[in-house]
Design a protein around this ligand. Sequence first.
Ligand code: ATP
Ligand code: MG
Length: 269
Amino acid sequence: MDMVIDIEGLNKTFGKNQVLKNINLKIQTGEMVGLIGASGSGKSTLIRSIAGLETMDHTSKHIKIFSEPTQLGHRRTSSYRSLRKDVGIIFQQFNLVGRLSLLTNVLIGRLAHNPSWKGIFKLFPKAERIKALQALERVNMVDYAHQRSSTLSGGQQQRGAIARALTQEAKLILADEPIASLDPASSDRVMNLLCDINNQDGTTVVVSLHQFEVATTRCDRIIALRDGEIVYDGKACGISNADLIELYGVEEGICNLGAERPTPIMKAG
Ligand SMILES: Nc1ncnc2c1ncn2[C@@H]1O[C@H](COP(=O)(O)OP(=O)(O)OP(=O)(O)O)[C@@H](O)[C@H]1O
Ligand SMILES: [Mg+2]
C-alpha cells in the first residue's frame, strides 16, 4: 500500500519551547486517522508541518508526502508546491474568503491545477465550474453557491471547505478541529462527509478532534499527542480510561469514562 505521509524525526521549536519532539509517523492510503491530545499538545503544529505551513527544526529528518520529500531538515524541497496541490486543508474557522461567493471559494481549490492568471481573473473553465457545483451538491450546499461566504453559518462554511477539497481532488485531507465551533447536528454532518469521502473515494483523512468520543467512533486509528510526543498510536478501541486521564487530566478523563475498553498498548516514545 502506498505511503501518504512519512515523517521521521520531526522536531519543532518556537523560541525556547519545543512543541514537537521526535515525531515519527507513517500513514497509508485510505486511512482515517484521528489526532487527539490536550490543548497545547501540538496537534495544530503537527498538521501545519505536514501541510508545509511550518518548517521543521534543522535537527529533523524528513516529511514526505506521497513518498516525495516536502521538507528535509529545516528546508522545504522544490517539489513541495506541486505536492501541495493534492492536499486539502480544513481549519476550525476562517476557511473561506468571506467576500467571495461560495462557488468562487470552492473553485479556488482548482487554482493549483491552473495557470495562475486564469484564476486571478476568475476564468475557470466550464468543466471546473461543473466540478465545483457537483462538489457543492455532494455536501448539500448547491443552493448557496452564489451567496457570499461571510453570510453562511459555521457548519455551512465547513461543508464549503470540504467541497473545495473535493473540487481540488485532494488525495489527502488535513482537517484541524473542523467541528470545534459547530453544534452537534452540524458536527455530525461534517464528520459524515469526511467519513464518506474516506470510505467512498479512498481519500486519506487526518483529522484533529477535541471530542474524544467523536475521534474513537469515526476514526480507525488514533494518534494521541502529549506535550509534543506521540504517546498512543493504534486502534481506537485500545485506549483505556487511564490513558484518557493521562492525556486530558483527571476531570476530562472522568467525563469521558464510557464503555469498557480493552487494555491499552501504550507506545513508548
Ligand atoms: N506560531 C507560534 N509561535 C509560538 N508558539 C506557538 C506557535 N504555534 C504554536 N505555538 C505553541 O506550540 C504549542 C502547541 O500548540 P498547538 O497549537 O500545536 O497545540 P494544539 O494541540 O493544536 O492545541 P489546541 O487543542 O488548543 O488547538 C503551544 O504551547 C503553543 O503555544
Ligand atoms: Mg490546535
